[in-house]
Design a protein around this ligand. Structure first.
Ligand code: PEP
Ligand code: CO
Length: 493
């Protein structure tokens, strides 16, 4: 029988060695008293949007920091993360002509799985940094010792972050009509600025022309989302066009941004798992109220492990990272365990192989899922299979490898008659120098100029926007990198 703590009976990997078990119990008991961060209706709405994405009727953009840090819970950092997601989603909406489901790795992406238990510097070995929810990145024994108080700080900062996202959304900041205000500083010099501005102008014209199909569809969907189902179902409800846009935007202008994080720390996740009681549609089901879309990473996706056991029983849509180690049969068993009722939108599979391995591994997994008729949403994470160390030991990823894995992913799904319904990126709106390449040609020597990530290298705002433009080109059957960009700008810098 499943219950929010049934995972406790199974092998738990990636669990930090807390020196004081009683202090951990006190912290989780405190968490259990605190209110939910998200609601069942938001969670259910996301699930139905993910079902649409699996069917090719929407597209999922999932992205954010590898490891969100407590220190980044500031107005500037939160807005810049939102801005880059919004800019990318505008490009995708315009190019793919389907509504974009935006899910931030935000408001709780604080716990990290690590390949190495410890880290050695200058002959001193200390426990690895495991994310701000667990310990501190500073290289000292005190900082690296897991501290259960951090679970409460993480909950609070997730809640502050979400509160600010909601406030911005409610006040119209995320509306398409506000696109002018999403620009980040890099846009002033970006070789892609003109491409982006062109899209913003087209969307604006589409509003004016009354036939912005994708735009109007998204806006009327927003109206439905906010409880206008009955009105929207009336035959005289304007489904598309200017009337729909005005009608919907006037009443419910806000465009939603959902949250996700890796459900790694099961004491935290289960403390925030409660039986739904308010919403009659959800009553009696167990929800993880800390985020809309919890996912399990590749290192904890063992069928017989604690993490999959936890995920199995919650009513949220869930995602699992799948990589080169997983066989077709292994994946079939995983799908059966996580979605035996084959509910559309319930299960998202995020594949992450690396540009040189995707050809070899993905087709068998697509076949396996199809064999059992599992309605999964396929998403490509082109980041985690393409991490490499430079000669000087810096963790980086090459823009071209990321692009290449994406390009192959679209092609392989197309060849197999399957749908790649979304993308998953590690990115930031800040002008960091963590990934190599992109229109400005950031090279290895430039990496240490602004390398801030505490774990994995992220695309900076400019590289992320360029990636969105490239996805559109790929989907339109054009070369991913714009031939319209002068060669000196492609490699310069
Ligand atoms: C991550 O998304 O940061 C991560 C650790 O991914 P994966 O489990 O795919 O390695
Ligand atoms: Co990562």
């Amino acid at each position: 029988m499943w219950h929010p703590d049934s995972w406790q009976a199974l092998p738990l990997s990636q669990f930090p060695p807390y020196p004081d078990a009683a202090a951990l119990s006190r912290a989780t008991a405190e968490l259990r008293r605190l209110p939910p961060l998200v609601t069942t209706s938001e969670i259910d709405r996301l699930q139905s949007q993910l079902a649409d994405a699996a069917a090719g009727k929407r597209f999922l953009l999932q992205g954010g920091d590898c490891a969100e840090s407590f220190a980044d819970c500031t107005s500037e950092r939160i807005t810049s993360k939102l801005k880059i997601l919004l800019q990318m989603s505008l490009v995708l909406l315009h190019g793919l002509n389907v509504p974009i489901v935006r899910v931030g790795r935000i408001a709780g992406q604080y716990a990290k799985p690590r390949s190495d238990e410890s880290e050695t510097r200058d002959g001193i070995t200390l426990p690895s940094y495991r994310g701000d929810l667990i310990n501190d990145a500073e290289f000292s024994l005190a900082a690296r010792t897991p501290d259960p108080q951090r679970l409460l700080t993480g909950y609070s900062l997730a809640s502050l972050t979400l509160n600010y996202i909601r406030a911005l959304t409610e006040s119209g900041f995320t509306d398409l009509a506000e696109a002018e205000h999403w620009n980040l500083d890099f846009m002033a010099q970006s070789p892609r600025a003109a491409d982006y501005q062109h899209i913003v102008d087209e969307v604006r014209r589409a509003f004016a022309r009354e036939n912005g199909h994708g735009v109007a569809a998204e806006i009327s969907t927003a109206a439905r989302q906010r409880g206008l189902d009955k009105m929207a179902a009336r035959p005289d409800f304007p489904a598309t066009g200017f009337a729909a846009a005005v009608f919907s935007a006037a009443i419910f202008p806000a465009q939603e941004v959902f949250t996700c994080h890796e459900a790694l720390h099961l004491h935290y996740e289960s403390a925030l798992t409660r039986k739904a009681s308010l919403n009659p549609d959800a009553q009696g089901r167990w929800y993880n109220f800390s985020t809309h879309l919890p996912w399990v990473g590749m290192r904890t996706a063992d069928l017989h492990g604690a993490h999959i056991e936890y995920l199995r029983g919650i009513a949220n849509p869930v995602a699992v990272k799948v990589g080169p180690g997983l066989s077709g049969d292994g994946l079939r068993a995983l799908c059966e365990r996580l979605n035996p009722a084959r509910i559309p939108g319930r299960l998202t599979l995020i594949h992450r192989f690396g540009a040189s391995r995707i050809q070899q591994h993905l087709p068998a997994l697509i076949d396996a899922v199809r064999q059992d008729a599992h309605p999964v949403l396929w998403v490509c994470d082109p980041m985690h299979g393409n991490t490499q160390l430079t000669a000087s030991g810096i963790k980086t990823r090459r823009f071209d490898d990321i692009l290449s894995e994406l390009e192959q992913a679209f092609a392989l799904h197309r060849q197999q008659g399957s749908v790649l319904g979304g993308v998953h990126f590690e990115l930031t709106g800040e002008a960091v120098t963590e990934c190599i390449g992109g229109a400005r040609g950031l090279d290895e020597a430039g990496l240490d100029r602004a390398y801030h990530s505490l774990v994995d290298p992220r695309l900076n705002g400019e590289q992320a926007l360029e990636m969105a433009l490239a996805i559109v080109r790929m989907r339109q059957g054009r070369p991913a990198i714009g031939a319209d960009i002068p060669a000196n700008q492609q490699v310069g810098g």
